[in-house]
Design a protein around this ligand. Structure first.
Ligand code: AMP
Ligand code: GLY
Length: 404
């Protein structure tokens, strides 16, 4: 099959790498891609937010499958345009992607489907927000209803900060604080049924020990050796199947990946958030361990023919993100990167990179992800950090405690 991947981050590099390893995939394209994706796929300039442009490119390339990576194109209706052009698409419709695009909609679906999550109120006025803050108490959790590129959620003990964030947003979800470790589950969905990928955990704060501002994710690992037996089955039963069932009932069949962010609280697992796409950098580790060929799996989701649960290789994968100077504030761009060659048990996936003359240069906040593998987590982590130490990027920073 011929495949076109839409996006330009580390997640898309991981998707392209796995698709290239699938013998069924005979031609691989990516748009717009980055400097690393160029090594595994033919890249094309496209505005990923323009449904017509993407559908036109997919038609021109005569691909059999389009895989949409990021949330913004999904919410913009890129998957709808591709399907209307008669091409199979891995990625939910714009309406189904509102499970990520609107926190209030996600809460409504969860309530209707009986999915365990934080108690919440959706608020528009100052009086409603103040009442909800008083009802749930500190720590306060205030979420912008719409897509906010990772900047929409404020968790704080300070009442004034919480209220100020609520007032700065048009509509907010204010909810109960969930305590406990956070994990990520990716469920591949074909509209009516779903299968799980292996559980992963990411590290959201910028600095070691969970200090500093929130980021898109500074590292990840899979599997979770400490996770209780049967957790994935429980999550499929209590969260994923009811959610996609409720969406289907509303005429919004979900074809793509449902990313479930969960807190493992003392009262059981509860949903923190849904995303309509793969997570970054969890995807980089989860796909590394996936044994079932990826192209066939994604195609089965797009055509409503999902089969048995995918199979994973034994062993562990650890991802460490190398970020540009000043990330997650305005990152410094345009610096030359060296030391990108893989080692025996580790390799580099590009996120914010571009080509400039003969050099690879930084072009975003999270610049690259180093993935290390090993028979256990300690070995995988050691392999990852060994390669991180070879990467040269002026002013860059990374966490030293991923998967420790
Ligand atoms: P979200 O965009 O909903 O994933 O929120 C971003 C981050 O805020 C999450 O990964 C959590 O670390 C934190 N967060 C969100 N909701 C809650 C909650 N109800 N309780 C505690 N932390 C939360
Ligand atoms: N790593 C979390 C996310 O992709 O949102």
């Amino acid at each position: 099959m011929r495949v076109l991947v839409i996006g330009s981050g580390g997640r898309e590099h991981a998707l392209c790498r796995s698709l290239q390893l699938d013998p069924q995939v005979v031609e691989l394209h990516c748009a717009p891609g980055n400097a690393g994706i160029e090594d595994v796929a033919t890249v094309h300039p496209v505005d990923p937010l323009d449904p017509a442009q993407v559908a036109e490119l997919a038609t021109r390339l005569r691909v059999d499958l389009v895989v949409v990576g990021p949330e913004a194109p999904l919410v913009a209706g890129v998957a709808d345009a591709v399907r209307e052009a008669g091409i199979a698409c891995f990625g939910p419709s714009g309406e189904a992607a509102m499970i990520e695009g609107s926190k209030a909609f996600a809460k409504e679906i969860m309530a209707a489907a009986g999915v365990p999550t934080a108690r919440s109120r959706t608020c528009v006025t100052e009086a409603e927000a103040a009442a909800a803050l008083a009802e749930f108490g500190a720590p306060y959790v205030v979420k912008d209803d719409g897509l906010a590129a990772g900047k929409g959620v404020v968790v704080t003990d300070d009442h004034d900060t919480a209220l100020a964030h609520a007032l700065a947003c048009e509509r907010v979800v204010i909810e109960e604080y969930l305590d406990g470790p956070e994990i990520s589950l990716f469920a591949l969905c074909d509209g009516s049924t779903a299968v799980p990928l292996q559980l992963a955990q990411d590290f959201k704060r910028a600095y070691d020990g969970g200090e500093g501002p929130n980021t898109g994710g500074m590292g990840a690992y899979t599997p979770l050796p400490w996770a209780p037996e049967g957790l994935t089955d429980q999550l499929m039963r209590e969260v994923v199947h009811p959610t996609i069932g409720e969406l289907a009932k509303r005429g919004l069949p979900f074809q793509g990946v449902l990313f479930v962010g969960l807190a493992l609280t003392s009262k059981g697992p509860k949903v923190v958030e849904f995303n309509a796409r793969f997570g970054d950098p969890e995807t980089q580790v989860v796909l590394d361990r996936l044994e079932t060929p990826l192209g066939g799996l994604l195609m089965a989701c797009a055509t409503g023919e999902l089969g048995p649960d995918p199979v994973f290789k034994p062993g562990s994968a650890v991802a460490v993100v190398v970020a540009a100077e000043n990330y997650p504030a305005t990152p410094v761009k345009g610096d030359v990167i060296k030391g990108l060659e893989p080692t025996e048990h580790a390799y580099v996936l590009h996120s914010g990179t571009a080509r400039s003359g003969g050099d690879v240069v930084s072009a975003g906040g999270r610049v690259l992800t180093v993935v290390g593998t090993g028979h256990d987590q300690d070995t995988a982590r050691a392999h990852a950090y060994e390669l991180v130490s070879r990467v040269q990027l002026r002013g860059s920073h990374h966490r030293t405690d991923i998967a420790r």
